[in-house]
Structures are given as C-alpha cells and as structure tokens.
Design a protein around this ligand. Structure first.
Ligand SMILES: *[C@@H]1O[C@H](CO)[C@@H](O)[C@H](O)[C@H]1NC(C)=O
Ligand SMILES: *[C@@H]1O[C@H](CO)[C@@H](O)[C@H](O)[C@H]1NC(C)=O
Ligand SMILES: *[C@@H]1O[C@H](CO)[C@@H](O)[C@H](O)[C@H]1NC(C)=O
Ligand SMILES: *[C@@H]1O[C@H](CO)[C@@H](O)[C@H](O)[C@H]1NC(C)=O
Ligand SMILES: *[C@@H]1O[C@H](CO)[C@@H](O)[C@H](O)[C@H]1NC(C)=O
Length: 664
C-alpha cells in the first residue's frame, strides 16, 4: 500500500527543489546584459569623472578592464578572446592603436585591407563592433606614442626622415604628421563613442609622457585640441606613474596610474594629485615581457597578482589589467629596450608577448584568469549576464617535415627586393623607396661586386652595426656562428664599436661581398637610431663605394619560390633560405614551431612573417595560430643566419629554455 505521508513528503521536497532551481534559472537568465543595464532607457551621459566615483549614463560603474591588442592576435580569434574576457566578469577591453601599422607609408593608411602585410589585423572598426557585440565597453589608448614593447613605441619609422625629434612641440613637423593621422583615426573612433551608441567610454591621450622628462604643455594641449576638433565627447585621460607627480598630465583631463606592486602607495599618491576624482589604475601589470637573452621567461606568482588586484579593487579603484590577453609580435614588430647614450645596452624583445597574462598567447586560460573571475564576482554588486567560457582550442604537434629546397641567401637576394645603386651606404630609413618612406622593417643587403680581396684583408665597419650583420664572400658566411651568450660580444652584433673581420685567408679576384644587416627592433622609447649601415666601410684602408642595396622587406608578396631548387651548397654553416611543405587535411589547428635546433632568423608561413627566433632564448618555440594555416598545402620558409637542421619540428606547447650554464 502506498504510504501517503511519504508521497506527500517526496512531492513537497520535489516542488521545493524545483522552485529553487527555477528561481536560480530565472535569475541567471533574467540578468540584463551590460548594455541593457546601462542603456536600456536611452543614453543621457557618457563615463563621468565628476564625482569621486565613476558613473556611466548616470549609473555607478567600476571599470573592470583588461588589455587586449587586436594587432597581436589574428582577427579570426578576436571574438574568442573578447568572450573569454567578458566571461571572466570584465566589463571593458582596453587596446592601444599602433600608428606604425595604420600608416605604413607616409600618407598611406591601412585600417583593414589596405594592402600592407598586416592588413588583416588592422580592421579596427570591426574590432570595436565585435567588442560591443560581446557586451564589452572599450577604452582606447590612441597614441600617437604607445610604447607597448612595440617597434619604435608605435611610431612609424618614416618620421625619422622628416622630424629631428618626436613627441614634442619643438619640431612642428611631428605635430603636423600626428594631425594628418588623427584626421583619419579620430573620426573612426568618434563614430564608436558610447554617446553615439558605440562601445568607447574613454580615450587615453599619449602614453607615460612624464617618462620623457620633458614638460611640454603646448604639445599635450595641441593633442587635446585635436580630440575636441573631431567631436570626441567621451572623457580623455593620461597615464603615468603617480610618483612622477602628474608631470605627464593635461589640465582638465583625468590622470590614471601604472604600477605592479604597492597599490595603496600609488593610489594614495594619485588621490593626492587629483582630490575628488575617481581612481583608475590604467596599467596593473599582470606579468612581464621577455627580452631575447633574458636568463629566464618572466612568470609571476598568482598570489602576488591576486593580492595586489584585490588591494586595487578594495581601495577602491577601477582597474585595467595589462596585459589580460598575451599576444604575439608578428613580423618584425618587437621593440627593444635601449640606452640612447650607450648603443651596447640594446635588448630586443622576444616575438612572444605572452606576458604571463591571465589569457596566454595561445588563448589558454591560466590560474590568473580564474583568480580575476573570482575576485570580480565577489566584489561587483552590479550583476549582469555573463557568457559561458568558450571551449578551449586544441593544440597539436604536426609531424616533422623534411626540407624540400634550400637557397643560399646570396643567391636569393635579387628575388627579395629591388636593387638600388648608391655611391654611399644608406640606412634603411634613408632609402628612396615606398613613396619616399624608406624601408621600415626586415633586413637590408649591401652588395659589392668585382672586388679583388688580398689574403688577410680586413673589412672594418666604423661605429655600430644596427643591429646584426652577416658578412658573405661569394655566398659563404665569413664569421663563425655564435654558440653561446658571450659570442654576442664579438663581430656581427650591436655591442662592438668599430668592428672588423678578415674576409679571406687567400687572394680572391672578382669576388662578391654581401653585407646583410638586420633591424632587430627599434627602441620602444621612440628615439631614432637608424638601422643598417651608413657612410663608409673599409677594405683595409680603402673606403668601399658604389654599392648595390637590396631592401629585404619580406612583404606578403615576397616569393622565394621563384628561385629554383639548387644544387645543394653547404648550408650547414651558411646564411640560407630553407623551404618546407606541410600538408594539412581538414581544418588547421593551433600549433607551435619548435626552433630549438635552429640558431637565428625568421619564419614565414604562407608568405606571412610569423616572427623571429634566436637560440639564446628564453623563447624557443613560435606560436603558429591556425588562421595562418590552410586546409591543403602550406609553405613554411625559414631564413636562417647560421646553420639549419634537416627537419622542421612542431610541438603542442610553448617552450622556454636558455642554453645551460650561460646565465648567472
Ligand atoms: C554610487 O556609489 C557611491 C560611492 O560608493 C555610493 O555612495 C552611492 O550610493 C552609489 N549609488 C548608487 C545608486 O548605488
Ligand atoms: C605618397 O605620400 C604622399 C604624402 O607624402 C601622399 O599624399 C600620397 O597619397 C602617397 N602616394 C601614394 C601613391 O602612396
Ligand atoms: C655600455 O654598456 C655596456 C653593456 O652594458 C657596458 O659594458 C659598457 O661599459 C657601457 N659603456 C659605457 C661607455 O658606459
Ligand atoms: C666576375 O664575376 C662575375 C660573376 O660574379 C662574372 O660574370 C664576370 O665575368 C667576372 N669578371 C671577370 C673579369 O672575371
Ligand atoms: C662609382 O661609380 C661611378 C659611376 O659609375 C664612377 O664614376 C666612380 O668612379 C665609381 N667610384 C668608385 C670608387 O669606383
């Protein structure tokens, strides 16, 4: 017989459970989106700093933001990274805008499909739309200077042709070029402003200006005027270390802070600088970047990160985590730290800009990601709907492939660029090419033919090589490949002043000498130091004149494939181009190229330069995202300076190693 009591009990329990479950379900699904919460009754006001706390459209807001640079991640992955940011509870994405990519030649702009090698990364309009689509606000750090460990701090190298100095009002030419660029950039940003129905809630002007040590209100105010002239109505801000006493600030514009530790100390100072204003930490450093030759890959404890993050939030201050999404400095876009007083103190940054960020270079979520998600969930009293975390993407190691072609670099030179004749050596920036913008990136070759070289003759290069040089006689590399860190002090690298090398131990008639110089990344402070060689080089005491100069830009259209397969010359210790073919069946997957058996050079995937590698590490593998590959045959071409293995290997993870025993 049925026990009525038990049945009743069971039914009650069931209905209670159902009730609770339904409520939870409703709660989760009735939460407004961010845009519904802030704009459902129309837009009356943008982000305001009029009170000691931020309001957006007259509602309180704490900015929970992360830095994600669209130019460091393939366009096909923007949505994935943005959704992951939103899923962590962030309400804002912050990005820099790199002038050097958007105006690759003077007066020639690329905001997507503009024909530059980077064109697919430059759809800023689409990035802003996607951010809004993914329910995020945007904070734009518009430059003109950005630093960001980026080539010349984001300035176009062609400015060197026109301006004596940059980022000031001393040389009116600089502001002229900024205005010409901003006349294109600012209207694009203006139409995506929050008060016009777009995602942009604030714009940063310049970047860490106090760092220049200059006081130039004319410069900063002229910039500010440009935003006003283009109808920018959202609030503007500057960012600096608060210890710099507001020296980079602009009157009437919000100051924000950059730091890694001691939240209280920095925020106390910021508060003192502008009493009554809301606090914003523009760069809370989540990790750090690597230089080539660093003793180890920078990582940083989750505990330190979470502790400081919570101190910032509890102070309370709004926050942007720099970086939130790690990325890649594709092509030749890494910058370099450099002392402009001592050229030996030059440290180029690695290809990977992983930064030990909450979302890694390959899109994986790290423990820092979950720490952020928890910290925000515990504090943000404004509950809005968050997406599920997108599924993790698979990483694979494709089978190794054997080299199919090799070409000595000296035999490929004339296919790599259009030769120019010049009496004197010219630096990259001085070449009359690219609508007179010069050469910005890559390598440059200086060729001298019909040269008689007596046995023991020395080639001498006055001054510094900027930044590395390969010396080839009749296609053969003269210098020894470097084997350890101390070899960087020798011939061929940036450290030696007035360096020289013996070209041949026997008499040579009618020889061809090629000097191939690499721009290893311009300094991130935006100070001009021209790349390549200038003036004279000497064969014994004789100055060599009349050069053939070949810019090796490795633009998307470079076609080493035209060079036919060669009788294999000894490439084991020569500068050469090595071609590999990999066949992929179906959709390509993310992978890494394992470069541990290589020495120094660049890798090109289907015509696009993936980036540099260097045996001294710490980075030893190059992230190769699937969007750069295709279903079917793929060409991978490596330009190796010194010596190459037979095989190209893949791996399914990042590799950080430094050759043993070199670092102390
Ligand atoms: C907005 O924040 C301020 C400062 O925390 C608080 O005093 C105020 O009550 C908040 N307003 C609303 C509507 O929550
Ligand atoms: C060349 O540069 C000038 C400005 O210096 C610019 O106005 C012009 O559009 C450019 N021309 C081409 C063909 O790129
Ligand atoms: C320049 O820097 C190098 C490397 O740090 C150092 O060895 C050298 O002494 C410096 N030279 C001067 C003149 O300061
Ligand atoms: C010098 O070498 C070039 C090839 O590099 C050759 O074409 C030319 O005939 C040679 N000239 C003499 C005088 O040997
Ligand atoms: C360089 O070339 C020019 C023109 O061909 C010639 O007049 C000059 O003598 C050459 N200079 C040297 C040093 O060979």
């Amino acid at each position: 017989m049925l026990d009525i009591r038990l049945l009743k009990q069971f039914t009650m329990n069931m209905s209670r459970a159902l009730f609770i479950f339904a409520n939870l379900f409703l709660l989760a699904h009735s939460l407004p989106t961010l845009y519904e919460y802030y704009t459902k009754d129309g837009i009356q006001a943008g982000l305001s700093d009029a009170k000691p706390y931020f309001t957006l459209n007259n509602k309180n807001i704490t900015i929970y933001s992360g830095s994600f640079h669209y130019f460091r991640t393939p366009r096909a992955y923007w949505r994935d990274r943005l959704r992951k940011m939103r899923a962590a509870g962030l309400n804002t994405v912050t990005t820099y805008v790199p002038w050097n990519l958007h105006e690759p030649q003077t007066g020639v702009f690329d905001f997507g499909n503009g024909g530059s090698p980077f064109q697919d990364f430059l759809h800023l309009d689409e990035f802003l739309k996607t951010a809004k689509n993914e329910d995020l606000f945007v904070l734009v750090r518009s430059g003109p200077y950005i630093n960001s460990e980026w080539e010349l701090g984001g300035l176009p190298s062609w400015l060197a042709k026109h301006c004596r100095t940059v980022r000031n009002s001393i040389d009116a030419k600089f502001l002229y070029f900024v205005k010409r660029y901003f006349d294109v950039l600012l209207p694009l940003l203006a139409k995506h402003q929050f008060q016009k129905g777009g995602p942009i809630i604030a714009i940063q002007v310049e970047n860490e200006y106090a760092n220049t040590g200059r006081h130039d209100p004319v410069y900063l105010n002229t910039l500010k005027q440009m935003y006003d002239d283009h109808g920018i109505v959202e609030i503007l801000c500057t960012c600096d270390r608060p210890s710099e006493q507001g020296r980079g600030s602009i009157p009437g514009i919000l100051q924000t802070a950059n730091f890694k530790v001691d939240a209280k100390g920095h925020l106390d100072m910021l508060k003192e600088l502008q009493p009554g204003k809301p606090l914003m930490t523009m760069e809370f450093w989540t990790g750090w970047f690597d230089h080539w030759m660093d003793p180890r890959h920078h990582t940083d404890s989750v505990t330190r990160f979470r502790t400081v993050l919570e101190q910032i939030m509890d102070y309370p201050s709004s926050v942007n985590m720099y970086m939130f999404v790690g990325g890649t400095d594709f092509r030749f876009m890494n910058g370099a730290t450099m002392s402009v007083r001592n050229f030996s103190n030059y440290l180029p940054d690695t290809t990977s800009y992983d930064y030990d960020a909450p979302i890694s270079e390959n899109g994986a979520l790290t423990p820092k990601y979950y720490a952020v998600k928890e910290a925000i969930a515990q504090r943000n009293s404004i509950k809005t709907k968050l997406p599920d975390i997108p599924e993790a993407r698979k990483l694979v190691a494709y089978p190794s492939v054997k080299v199919t072609n090799r070409i000595l670099i000296s035999d490929a030179l004339l296919y790599l660029g259009k030769p120019l004749q010049s009496e004197k050596l010219l630096a990259m920036e001085q070449l009359p090419i690219n609508n007179n913008s010069g050469q910005s990136y890559g390598y440059i070759a200086y060729r001298k033919e019909n040269l008689d070289i007596p046995a023991g003759a020395k080639l001498t290069i006055p001054g510094y090589v900027r930044d590395t040089i390969l010396v080839l006689v009749n296609g053969k590399l003269v210098q020894k490949p470097p084997k350890q860190l101390s070899d960087i002090n020798g011939f061929g690298f940036w450290i030696q002043k007035d360096s020289s090398i013996v070209l041949s131990d026997k008499d040579l008639k009618n020889a061809t000498v090629d000097l191939i110089v690499e721009n290893f990344g311009r300094n991130t402070l935006g100070v001009f130091v021209l790349k390549g060689l200038m003036g004279d080089v000497f064969l014994n005491s004789q100055a060599l004149n009349n050069w053939t100069i070949i810019p090796m830009e490795f633009a998307s259209s470079w076609i080493p494939y035209q060079v036919h397969q060669q009788e294999f010359v000894d490439t084991s210790t020569n500068s050469a181009i090595h071609k590999f073919k990999i066949h992929i069946q179906g959709d390509p997957q993310d992978t890494y190229l394992d470069m541990r058996e290589w020495s120094k050079g660049i890798v090109t995937v289907n015509g696009f330069v993936l980036g540099r590698y260097f045996f001294l590490g710490p980075q030893q593998a190059l992230y190769l995202p699937a969007p750069l590959l295709r279903n079917g045959d793929n060409d991978i071409v490596v330009f190796e300076h010194f010596k190459a293995p037979e095989m190209l290997k893949f791996i399914d993870r990042a590799v950080y190693e430094t050759p043993g025993g070199l670092y102390h």
